[in-house]
Design a protein around this ligand. Structure first.
Ligand code: SAH
Length: 388
């Protein structure tokens, strides 16, 4: 096995079990390792710190899979996949779900691996050279998950570029999934395009926010900004909404949203293919429940200033569209915009709008998207329930 030796002082984060070694922390490697190989990481003083997968082209040079002197057992991958699946099975908060995340990368001790479940179909995303090398054992471990009959790989284009990986997509085993899979979630019904949709087809991480929208929606005029395929709008209709307006820039997403809402033709539904930032400025309607769920606006730290202006702007204009006593659910899914900063952004919007706002609750990802305390970067989604 190849050894990587760190720059003096750069062992600190590994001693705190942070699972990433950044390229600038590596002083030298003893021997030549292939991308994706398991390497041993040593401090500058030669102390073995642990083992991880090498990504020669990435800023995240090594993703750790074990700490300390002992190499991980041969069965580590299978063991951790099984443990991740077992934890979901034993979690009462996840009972009876057809759609959930089975493996959440670093959050489950499996950096570079995401597995989402849609009934009998699993959708896998590999985002590290290490995991890309392990397709075969990952497939074997997933084949053993009860009730699974097919597994599909979806490419993560951003990660592939960063890691220098070839784009690969397709069925690992079982039948090719239908164009649209049906997903039932707590009384709601969605069609999901696991082959072309965003993420693995659906925003499974917003489940608890959908529950909340369903409970708040009765009789309300609902605005679903950045609606994607109508995850929130369907919940609102299910909860008795008076009307729903969905806004997204993606035509295919809205086409699927129409299908998802066709079960409730009696509810007035408006589908707007537009830039939501512009739409909300120009709109003159009032709403009683507004959901603002933009894409990650700060993917990198240097985007932060621009992103906070954009969040503030869209929330400010949403507040102008809020009827007295309206509920607003606002989200950031950028890790760099933490909960504290997001609250400040909402406060700035409230000041500028001249609308005092009450915070009624906070939201984050559900327990099938666990975040490891060792890996704060895994913490991305934060939401606030507000009353204007
Ligand atoms: N609320 C959705 C998820 C939203 S993800 C759900 O729960 O399913 C962000 C969405 O914003 C994506 O669907 C993307 O197509 C859309 N989007 C990105 N930029 C946009 C823009 N400027 N205006 C409108 N929609 C945009």
């Amino acid at each position: 096995m190849i050894d990587l030796v760190l720059v003096p002082g750069r062992d600190r984060s590994l001693l705190r079990r942070h699972p990433w070694v950044l390229s600038g922390s590596v002083a030298r490697s003893v021997g030549n390792a292939e991308g994706g190989a398991l390497v041993r990481v040593l401090s500058a003083e030669g102390e073995p710190l642990g083992f991880g997968h090498l990504s020669p082209h990435s800023v995240i040079r090594v993703r750790m899979v074990a700490f300390g002197k002992e190499a991980p057992a041969d069965s580590w991958l299978e063991d951790r996949i099984q443990a991740a699946v077992r934890r979901r099975g034993e979690d009462p908060l996840l009972a009876d779900l057809e759609g959930l995340r089975l493996v959440n990368a670093e959050g489950d001790g499996l950096p570079g691996l995401v597995v989402d479940r849609y009934g009998d179909c699993l959708v896998v995303k590999l985002s590290s050279a290490g995991m890309a090398n392990l397709r075969q054992p990952i497939a074997e471990a997933l084949r053993a998950v009860p009730g699974v009959s097919r597994v599909l790989e979806r490419a993560d284009a951003v990660a592939a570029r960063q890691e220098g990986l070839a784009i690969r997509e397709g069925v690992w085993f079982g039948e090719e999934p239908e164009a649209l899979l049906t997903l039932h979630e707590r009384g709601r019904r969605y069609e999901v395009d696991v082959r072309h949709g965003q993420k693995t087809g659906f925003y499974l991480d917003q489940r608890e926010a959908r529950d909340l929208v369903q409970r708040l929606a009765d009789g309300r005029r609902v605005l679903d900004l950045f609606s994607y395929t109508g995850g929130f709008a369907v919940a609102a209709v299910r909860g008795g909404a008076h009307s729903v307006t969905l806004v997204d820039s993606s035509e295919p997403a809205l086409a699927l949203a129409r299908r998802n809402l066709r079960a409730a033709p009696e509810v007035e539904s408006r589908f707007v293919a537009a830039n939501a930032f512009r739409f909300v400025r120009a709109d003159d309607a009032l709403y009683d429940l507004l959901v603002v769920d933009p894409p990650p606006l700060a993917r990198r730290r240097r985007d932060l200033a621009r992103a906070t202006r954009a969040y503030k702007d869209v929330i400010l204009h949403a507040l102008h569209r809020a009827a007295p006593g309206a509920f607003l659910l606002v989200f950031s899914c950028s890790h760099h915009v933490g909960a504290d900063l997001f609250r400040k952004v909402v406060f700035a919007a409230s000041l500028d709008a001249g609308r005092p706002v009450q915070v009624l609750g906070t939201l984050g990802p559900p327990s099938d998207h666990p975040v490891s305390l060792d890996h704060p970067e895994g913490d991305y989604l934060c939401g606030l329930l507000l009353r204007a």
